[in-house]
Design a protein around this ligand. Structure first.
Ligand code: TYC
Length: 125
């Protein structure tokens, strides 16, 4: 979206030709158009969520978090324990495409290792 703010100034200098961004009126006023920066909408962000279950070993969850989210062992233990106690936790916030990749990687890896671990994503408000 582009908006234009028009300011009027009375020129004191010599006569000049109108250019694209101004217009010299009959009375000699000059309208100077200043444009605000056109803004492009920011792409939405998505939270990647890890869900608790009763069967996936804690150490496997910690390993998954380190492997796919590039966090330290300590951070991974913290997130795993939050999920264990609260049922769910946000692991990270990403663009849609990156979030989709993380979810697929975690779900595929859990299935290959025969654990019921669930990972999902939701759009940020
Ligand atoms: N609740 C699991 C257990 O007691 C551990 C666990 C933590 C499982 C986090 C999934 O996302 C999870 N073994």
């Amino acid at each position: 979206m582009t908006s234009h703010h028009i300011t009027h100034a009375r020129p004191t200098g010599p006569l000049r030709l109108a250019q694209d961004d101004d217009a010299i009126g009959d009375d000699g006023d000059v309208a100077l158009a200043t444009k605000t920066k056109p803004k492009t909408a920011k792409p939405p962000l998505y939270k990647v969520l890890l869900l608790n279950d009763d069967y996936t070993p804690m150490e496997f969850v910690v390993h998954v978090l380190q492997r796919f989210f590039g966090i330290t062992h300590g951070q991974a233990v913290e997130i795993m324990l939050t999920v264990h106690k609260k049922g769910v936790a946000v692991v990270g916030v990403f663009s849609r495409e990156i979030a989709e990749t993380k979810v697929t990687q975690v779900m595929d890896y859990a299935q290959r290792n025969q654990h019921p671990l669930q990972c999902t994503m939701e759009k940020e408000e």
